[in-house]
Design a protein. Structure first.
Length: 207
């Protein structure tokens, strides 16, 4: 009889432990989902329009745009429409990528990007350098530093930045939305994984 009771108690403990474990895991996943920042196309358009409004307020209408490959190209395309379809877009991509021609390599965090060398001949031209997502702004700043050293004028912009971005000296000139974590999803995928939102009201934020 005693052995039966002990076995029954052991079974009940195992069942309770299993149920509790399942509850904890479900709660963890729900909290993780809640912390996601998911942006839809309407948010992307709203963010680009706001960045362009800030640029106009600063009297900096770009004469050309440099897009960091991936999601930055989408941001650049929308910005070009805001300032006129004639604004040319150049892509900063990894060396050896699909874009050919003479290109200047620029050291950035985690590797290298390259831009057409012809850009360096456009002295005095206003340039907008943009990306969809920034953690420190170092990539945008590296491109800006290089082209400014050749006589171009430049501003940097990121559609979304992690809140820790304000700790870095390379903070972009314009950031539309500040996220409290890097778990950010754009319509084209996870923002930290290239081409490259819980659900809360999207405030406008300028760095």
């Amino acid at each position: 009889m005693t052995d039966t009771i002990i076995a029954l108690v052991g079974t009940l403990v195992a069942i309770v432990a299993f149920v509790y474990s399942a509850y904890v895991e479900r709660r963890r996943r729900r909290e993780q989902l809640h912390r996601q920042q998911r942006f839809e196309w309407t948010h992307i358009q709203q963010g680009v329009k706001q960045i362009c409004t800030w640029l106009r307020a600063d009297r900096f209408a770009p004469e050309l745009i440099i897009a960091v490959e991936g999601g930055g190209v989408i941001v650049a395309a929308l910005a070009a429409i805001e300032f006129g379809d004639t604004v040319p877009i150049y892509v900063a991509n990894e060396p050896g990528g699909p874009l050919n021609g003479n290109r200047l390599k620029i050291d950035v965090s985690g590797g290298q990007l390259s831009i057409p060398t012809e850009l360096l001949e456009k002295k005095g031209v206003r340039v907008l350098i943009c990306d969809d997502f920034a953690v420190s702004g170092a990539t945008l700043d590296a491109i800006k530093t290089r082209i400014v050293s050749h006589g171009l004028k430049a501003k940097t912009a990121a559609l979304v930045g992690v809140e820790t971005i304000k700790r870095f000296s390379a903070e972009p000139d314009y950031v539309w939305f500040i996220s409290d974590n890097s778990n950010v999803y754009m319509p084209w995928g996870h923002a930290d994984q290239g081409v490259r939102v819980g659900r809360r009201k999207l405030p406008l934020a300028k760095s």
